[in-house]
Write a protein that binds this ligand. Sequence first.
Ligand SMILES: *[C@@H]1O[C@H](CO)[C@@H](O)[C@H](O)[C@H]1NC(C)=O
Ligand SMILES: *[C@@H]1O[C@H](CO)[C@@H](O)[C@H](O)[C@H]1NC(C)=O
Ligand SMILES: *[C@@H]1O[C@H](CO)[C@@H](O)[C@H](O)[C@H]1NC(C)=O
Ligand SMILES: *[C@@H]1O[C@H](CO)[C@@H](O)[C@H](O)[C@H]1NC(C)=O
Length: 421
Amino acid sequence: MPLLILLMLLAAGAAGAESATPSLHIGVNYGANADNLPSPTSVATFLATKTTIDRVKLFDANPTFISAFAGTPISLAVSLPNSALPALADKATGLDAARSWIRANLSPYVPATNVTLLLAGNEILLSTDTNLILSLLPAMRRLAQALKAEGLTGVRVTTPHYLGILAPSDGIPSNASFRAGYNTKLFPAMLQFHRDTGSPFMVNPYPYFSYRPETLNYALFRPNSGIYDPATKLNYTSMLDAQMDAIYTAMKKLGYGDVDIAVGEAGWPTQAEPGQIGVGVQEARDFNEGMIRVCSSGKGTPLMPNRTFETYLFSLFDENQKPGPIAERHFGLFNPDFTPVYDLGLLRDGAVQITDGALLHLASSPFRGIQYRKACICSASAALMLWCACGLGPRIKGRKQPLAGCLFGCLAKVNHVEERA
Ligand SMILES: *[C@@H]1O[C@H](CO)[C@@H](O)[C@H](O)[C@H]1NC(C)=O
Ligand SMILES: *[C@@H]1O[C@H](CO)[C@@H](O)[C@H](O)[C@H]1NC(C)=O
Ligand SMILES: *[C@@H]1O[C@H](CO)[C@@H](O)[C@H](O)[C@H]1NC(C)=O
Ligand SMILES: *[C@@H]1O[C@H](CO)[C@@H](O)[C@H](O)[C@H]1NC(C)=O
């Protein structure tokens, strides 16, 4: 009997989780600095058919990747390399250079692939190269002009910024402003460009790079005593909220509170240096769940209630060839075989109608890689009717059974269902 009750609780839990996370639309960064990843076409098919991910951001303009998304409902953000920008900024030749780049790199693939954003480099303001920094806004303007001239009117231009564009402060959002210099010389003109062209101001907020052991709960959306902003009388219990509102405050102080904000990257790694506190699968899940709630669910932030932000999770896969600290190689949401590293509710068909004999692909990570002969799948669909399944490995055959037929335990959650041919 206790087992039966446990089964019912688990089934009810699955149902509750499903209704709490309706299919949220969200983007993902697709970096491929790795030697173990599936082909771009299989990635595109997987994302389009098995997940609720509807936008993908690339760090380059690789034609194989862009064309892989042709004919899918997934829209793309495509990036120019940083090194391309100075040539586009040139007053005399920049527009022609921008048009050539677009003719070579976008025109052949659009509109078959729905490219909606063109990103001028990545985190340019982190650079120490003054010439590169000075070329950023002129290059963005030339790209927007060139897109118009080439007839690609559905593509908007922006550039992702690291959070170091904000002046150092005490973490109270109302105190935020852009760094001195940028605050007067760059951002007013750039925000005017965004307003004129209807493109979003894109930031990469990373609580991961700002947390300390004492602020871990604040960074991970876990219960914490919060930070009080006396100027707005608002209480912040998440660092991401505070970072987003800091950006908004800096924009508003310049008179551009109306410009949309997009989140180019944010994420949390599942591995880091040995002994680093606050990194793991549970931490990554907590952060990303919280971030999706803030950015995509319509909840918004204390200063931007009910707003949604075009958001790209970082990242689709672990990238085993990425240089730098261990964490850099461990931000992935999916394994190369498309099983989730942890469940974020981004998969379609979490537990849906299946016909007897359909193949169930199991998702729950505790059981990934284990050879099991029998599993009982918690189905959130048909009231407390569980799916019993028998088989080996992560793909097993399903059969609908009443609760009593599943007494050997509720072992796994369905990732997706492959109907029998
Ligand atoms: C392209 O993607 C955008 C954003 O997801 C969407 O609003 C638009 O309808 C798409 N366009 C086409 C032609 O599918
Ligand atoms: C902020 O919220 C937290 C969590 O709800 C609460 O513990 C704290 O007392 C609040 N602080 C203020 C100043 O309202
Ligand atoms: C932050 O704002 C508060 C008032 O809201 C002010 O007292 C404080 O000096 C500010 N701190 C900084 C570093 O600007
Ligand atoms: C946000 O949505 C809630 C719930 O729908 C509503 O009560 C509130 O007035 C909205 N706030 C704003 C600023 O639109």
